[in-house]
Ligand binder design. Sequence first.
Ligand code: ATP
Ligand code: DGY
Length: 524
Amino acid sequence: MARVLSLFRAQPFLALVGRRKSPLCKMSLDSRAREVFAAAVEAVQPDTVVRQSIERKEDSVIIDGHKFTLKHNLHLVGFGKAVLGMAAEAERILGDHLVRGVISVPHGIQQTLQQHGRDHLLLKENSCIKAIEGAKHNLPDADAQKAAERIKQLACELTEKDLLLVLISGGGSALLPAPIPPISLQEKLDVTRTLAAAGATIQELNTVRRALSFLKGGGLAHYAQPAQVIALILSDVIGDPVDFIASGPTARSEVWPEEIMSILERYKQLNSLPVSVKDVLSRPSPRWKDNNDESDTSGHVLNTVIGSNSVALQAAGRRVRELGFRPVVLSPGVCGDVRSVSRLYGLLAHFASSREEPPPEVAAEVLSLGPEVGVESWDLCRTMQVLGEGRTEGWGATCLLAGGEPTVELTGKGRGGRNQELALRVGLELRGLELPPSGPVFLSGGTDGQDGPTDAAGAITDGGLFEEAQAQGLNVDDFLNNNDSFTFFSRLSSGKRLLVPGLTCTNVMDVHILLIPAIPIEIK
Ligand SMILES: Nc1ncnc2c1ncn2[C@@H]1O[C@H](COP(=O)(O)OP(=O)(O)OP(=O)(O)O)[C@@H](O)[C@H]1O
Ligand SMILES: O=C(O)[C@H](O)CO
């Protein structure tokens, strides 16, 4: 009869881990997952990413390998959820050459940062940067429009001797509204809000926004001419496309009215389109009157991505190693419906943790899900190879890392977010895996600390979730059908599976962490 010993296959990686066994062994998988998430978020803090991207050398600054001379000629603008902390750090490093600045930041952010003791992300008292708060609930409003006007004015006043430092992060589109007349702010808001509610992707949404705005799609860089523009960008879009992040104010993009019309048609918006929008779209493209500039191709613009989901995943990988797991990064671009994404993680967990070679259907299904979840076959094969080797050669504990922004089809009226719904669904997928009760464990969290309209960033689950819920009289299907994942996790075991890091002051989309413990071997 087979005797299952709680031994793990002997191999070099575990031997290494074994040397610092005691503190790690005491940590639960749940705590380790939380630590990995914290490391991911820490790596993309606004002050950290700015500090790492700016090299100050006396009266010059080197950014992305380019050297710029400082002669009290530096001006600063910014817009986005992480921009306050980015501006504070930029002023610490370059403040002696800074003439003035205007940033557009979320409503209430300064007070919230003060309350959370995060003073290092606030501007100093005598700062020459003016922070304007606006875009309540992430929607463009009159305050954000006022900030956009001040930013445009600052850009227009620059000369060829000036340097314009532009700080950009997610949420920048709503914080920089400059509708082209006769479009009103309300009309622009209505168009984008209805498109978003109809399920338009961020690329579709920002393609439309670029066509209706003075500053988006390279507009800001255009107004800043002939000054040198340096944009530091914290990416919250899959693939880090600088022309889509915050609608690309420093990345020139053409406007093709046919493309806009086809997006509006796809989401059935053509008939309800305001006359003003039709008017702007019917004008000849490109839209700037003196169109003899080449914006970012002429060399006066440097766009550089200084933080992204990949950076967060790399840091997570380092922490994973310290915690005794072998990291494997699947992709920073996971998207698609949470149902498909949860199925993928369930299959990969199954693949990694079965004692026998998994049937070929498992790998086939993993590969078939690739196009739905935005992951290349190559990345799926590479990941399965690592997980398979881990299983057959006994490397022990593995941690699958991924990031991106899956979507939820909202059919119910409950409270939740895509991370909590994903975690709930993965918990169901992990049910019944032949592993010790301690694993695998899955965490999904939004790096901005807020998952949908809830106070949590995400949640942590494992294969015991269903039974735990059942024992507490919670019907998982009812909560899922009502998109009520936050209520579910709040009620389950007094909310102990919720991930509530509070305000993180950054945003590089979501992070997914699947911790797979070592498989106990059977000795006959
Ligand atoms: N009850 C719910 N259950 C599941 N998901 C929800 C629910 N309510 C909203 N969502 C999802 O939450 C998302 C919006 O949340 P959130 O504000 O975290 O988005 P975001 O894309 O991270 O925003 P930003 O990029 O501006 O920070 C939408 O994709 C929406 O489908
Ligand atoms: O502001 C925006 O457009 C989104 O956050 C994507 O960058």
